[in-house]
Ligand binder design. Structure first.
Ligand code: C5P
Length: 235
């Protein structure tokens, strides 16, 4: 990896920020809200960008994936911590938000373990949820240090492309990688991904490219190449 960087890959001199994995939103010291994201795709993207020479910061929620070689990895738990670490990594040329950030968190993270009420008639403790910050939308809306290219994922179980198209506008990002995460596809936790790449937005035409079903490593390599093309062309 050091040699490839030294040789000057197509992303050398560029800074990349990648988010990956789920977030954990504490209920009390032993319980949390989470999701089934493995971090495989985000970690693979961070590694692929580094192999093309980029200076990469990976901000990862809890994941069993190893820290990718040649990448500065920051480990976080909650969405709010992830946002703070991302802002701290700016400025970057490209931000790729692959994390499955929890949309909500418990309003209160209790300091002590909640106890089960032994009375037969007792109902469980209420869990009030509040919305988490949207990291992708926040990065895309930065005034002075917006990355030149802001890329998000749209993980959907139905009408994948239609929802992704709406998401491109709603989040203010430049590209969306739409993927089907319905249980029968095995995408969550699996090693493969089926991608539609949507580019454009901002009032213009949206271009949709269908990528072949491929391993998450191949998807990452292809994305890193596309980023290098786009940043090279705009440089
Ligand atoms: O809104 P939704 O979760 O479907 O959008 C998915 C995209 O937005 C992903 O790129 C994800 O990383 C990003 N996201 C985020 N912060 C959130 C929610 C989603 O960065 N709070």
């Amino acid at each position: 990896l050091a040699i490839e960087k030294a040789l000057g890959g197509p992303l050398s001199g560029m800074r990349a920020l990648v988010t990956s994995g789920p977030t954990h939103e504490p209920i009390d010291p032993v319980r949390f809200i989470a999701n089934r994201s493995s971090g495989k795709q985000g970690h693979a993207i961070a590694g692929a960008c580094a192999r093309l020479g980029a200076d990469v910061t990976l901000v990862s929620g809890p994941s069993v994936e190893a820290d990718p070689a040649g990448v500065a990895t920051v480990h976080v738990e909650t969405a709010r911590d992830m946002l703070e670490a991302c802002i701290g990594a700016l400025p970057v040329d490209v931000a790729i938000c692959a994390a499955a950030v929890s949309d909500w968190r418990p309003e209160t993270a209790h300091g002590q373990k909640l106890k089960k009420d032994k009375a037969a008639t007792a109902s469980p403790a209420d869990l009030s949820l509040v919305e988490n910050p949207d990291i992708l939308a926040t990065l895309a809306a930065r005034e002075n240090d917006r990355p030149r290219l802001v890329i998000g994922f749209a993980a959907e179980t139905d009408d994948v492309v239609a929802y992704a198209r709406a998401k491109l506008t709603a989040k203010g990002c430049d590209w969306i990688l739409a993927n089907d995460v319905s249980p029968e596809t095995g995408t969550f936790g699996g090693d493969h991904n089926k991608i539609h790449l949507l580019t454009g937005g901002a009032g213009g035409e949206v271009d949709i490219e269908e990528w072949p079903h491929a391993s998450k490593l191949d998807v990452a390599a292809r994305l890193a190449e596309r980023i290098a093309q786009a940043l090279g062309a705009a440089a």
